[in-house]
Design a protein around this ligand. Structure first.
Ligand code: C2E
Ligand code: MG
Ligand code: MG
Ligand code: MG
Length: 285
């Protein structure tokens, strides 16, 4: 009977949803413990300048090793932390940790230290009243000069309300750099881009992927470097995986890039020994 069937399907659907919800609340509970018991750490992925093969900066990326399940990717647990609000204490820990590391690099490596250390900040953190004050406090506690820190936010996080933009302006006023992450995947207009205190624009990997195959995104990537030059933004190409892509980006005028072609995220103590490959124009031919 149709009615019974429909009901049965609804029951199955609900059970599946319950299971997912249970799984997510289990992860949320485990995450609470993770912060207190040393299960989280930061890796750092080099951002390099082209064509010289010099380290320009690093992006801090959080890693969670669950005691029973092993590594859980940030793509899986950051969205949960954002929903539960746990991203606020978690993000505070990440910011402090990264600033402490940046100050250590300055001490130990001097001129060879990464010139900027980038920290991802969620929309939820940006909406917390007084977040800029917290950034200021962390800089003072760690003794890190503000210009060494870059706060990285997605365009969606900045443009979804007035409060986030005001907080971002307050952070920029401290002397901290602002990067717009995953640029091109959200829905901000170029007009909004001008109203945002951004210094760096990170062109999303999805645009980089097909540029050497005559894909349609090559046009977007070429246009974005012109926009960045015009608005005095520093363009960073994200997710560069091949020498051919690097060469093509260099040919288009890009001076900064990040991706597995250059380096994977690595522990802090591996950064000093890292030497980026030089980008050759020949690879494009
Ligand atoms: P994102 O900020 O856009 O970071 C770049 C992601 O792309 C990283 O993944 C990085 O490992 C990966 N990636 C870099 N180069 C390449 C490449 O050439 N090929 C490919 N396939 N991937 C590449 P990860 O570390 O898994 O992080 C995923 C996302 O999770 C980040 O995207 C960011 O949105 C979020 N996330 C990571 N760490 C943090 C954090 O400390 N705080 C916050 N709020 N979010 C974070
Ligand atoms: Mg990022
Ligand atoms: Mg990104
Ligand atoms: Mg991304």
């Amino acid at each position: 009977e149709a009615k019974g069937q429909g009901k049965g399907r609804r029951v199955a659907y609900t059970a599946e949803m319950d299971q997912r919800t249970a799984e997510q609340s289990r992860l949320a509970a485990d995450l609470r413990a993770a912060l207190d018991t040393d299960q989280l750490r930061l890796l750092y992925q080099p951002i390099v300048s082209m064509p010289g093969g010099e380290l320009y900066g690093v992006e801090a990326l959080v890693r969670w090793t669950h005691p029973e399940r092993g590594p859980i990717s940030p793509g899986a647990f950051i969205p949960i932390a954002e929903r539960t609000g746990q991203i606020v204490p978690l993000g505070a820990w990440i910011l402090e940790q990264a600033c402490r590391q940046a100050a250590t690099w300055l001490d130990e490596l001097g001129d060879a230290a990464p010139r900027t250390v980038t920290v991802n900040v969620s929309a939820r953190q940006l909406r917390e009243a007084g977040f800029a004050g917290e950034v200021d406090a962390v800089l003072r506690r760690t003794g890190l000069p503000p210009h060494v820190l870059t706060v990285e936010v997605t365009e969606t996080a900045v443009f979804d309300g007035g409060a986030a933009l005001a907080e971002l302006r307050a952070i920029a006023a401290l002397g901290v750099s602002i990067a717009l992450d995953d640029f091109g995947t959200g829905h901000s207009s170029l007009g909004l881009l001008r109203s945002c205190p951004a210094d760096i624009l990170k062109v999303d990997k999805s645009f980089i992927d097909d540029i050497t195959e005559g894909g349609q995104h090559a046009v977007v990537v070429a246009a974005l470097i012109g926009i960045c030059d015009g608005l005095r933004l520093r363009a960073v190409a994200e997710g560069v995986e091949t020498a051919e892509q690097a060469a093509e980006l260099h040919r288009l005028g890009y001076r900064f890039a990040q991706g597995f072609h250059f380096a994977r995220p690595m522990p802090a103590d591996a950064i000093a020994a890292y030497r980026p490959p030089v980008v050759s124009r020949m690879a494009a031919i």
